[in-house]
Design a protein. Sequence first.
Length: 436
Amino acid sequence: MSLRTPGLTGWPDCPTRWGFVVCLATLLSPEGAASQHARPECDPDNGGITLPEEFCALVVADGLGRIRHLAVQPDGDIFVAIRGRRNQTGGVLALRDTTGDGRADVRLRLVEDRGGTGIALSGDTLFYGRDDAVLRFSLNPFDLGSAAAPDTLVQGLPSDGGHAAKSIAVTPGGDLFVNIGSASNACQEQDRRRESPGRDPCPELPVRAGIWRFSSTETGQGPDDGERWASGLRNTVALAIRSKDGGLYGVVHGRDQLHGSWPERFSEQQNAEAPSEEFVRIVRGGRYSWPECYHDPETDRLVLAPEYGGDGVETGRCATRDRPIAAYPAHWAPNALLFYEGDAFPERYQGGAFIAFHGSWNRAPLPQGGYNIVFQPFDANGPTGAWETFADGFAGVDRSPGGARHRPTGLAVGPDGSLFISDDSGGRIWRVLHAP
């Protein structure tokens, strides 16, 4: 693979042929980038979102397609994973600001494929989580003349069924953690069918609905080469490592359709309010709630799912499952988790967690929820105090999957401590600055 020129925009006039390539390479080299530490001007309307009074935002890029996760280099280059649409391909896009105004004026497609969700940086290496594989790019140096094809670290990952997105997290020690979501809603004999019982034991658990650990340095790995690090996690799109303790954390998409599948046991109101979206510390050998259990926000307990004989009250086998460390409203769809380790935000934010909620589709008769960024305070022992809404207004007047203007999907911290937010509805990237 060579870096593709058709996806490039914002290039200056260059000589043809070989000279044209040299011009592009110069612009994409670290020496060709504008300083990312110069403070840009925020947009008067913060790019359409609402923030706490002491913060402001600008739009870095727009109309990029279904942007999922993103990562920012120390020199300010931005890398985004893009999911494909029916009429659009996905892949990995690199963005650069060469003028210092905070706007990405250079775009470069690193790879074009069906698309993916996960992206992570470790030193000068970029990792990309496609639905069925994890690829690795070398960014040393990052220019056209020396660009090489990505290595395939892991291939053949299960991607059929309900939850195909592969979010990833990489440790400095060489561990590559990969989310492999469940194929079904609640492991029923007939998925999402009324009063269909759960399969017991659930045959998905040995191969899905958990986190797997692979090597971030070995190529040609398959699913059997990975270690099932933890199981019972329905779909952990929001996945991150907290450097303060080296732990792996995630916020998990909870199950759907308590009322739809079990109308005699659960009301529409109960369906709208349960189960919680669970914030978990993911430990080696951990056994979490799915599919036999879920977190009930009213009682703050793990209770038995109706597919396994539960009535919303009984605990049963759930007493032995690993509990969440925090919980959030039902069906908000957590899609990104970030521990803030910058120093530009006030002290109360430092070390805390930001969570991007993609937004719900099934909270009726309550209004749809999420479509926002939440801040969860942390101390040395974990979450402390109540969560709060940090950024809102992404959806606009219509909080629904089909009507929302923007749906938050990715989070990253820039070299100056600013917060980057991506969205997979309008294809926009915001940069949030502290503006006391």
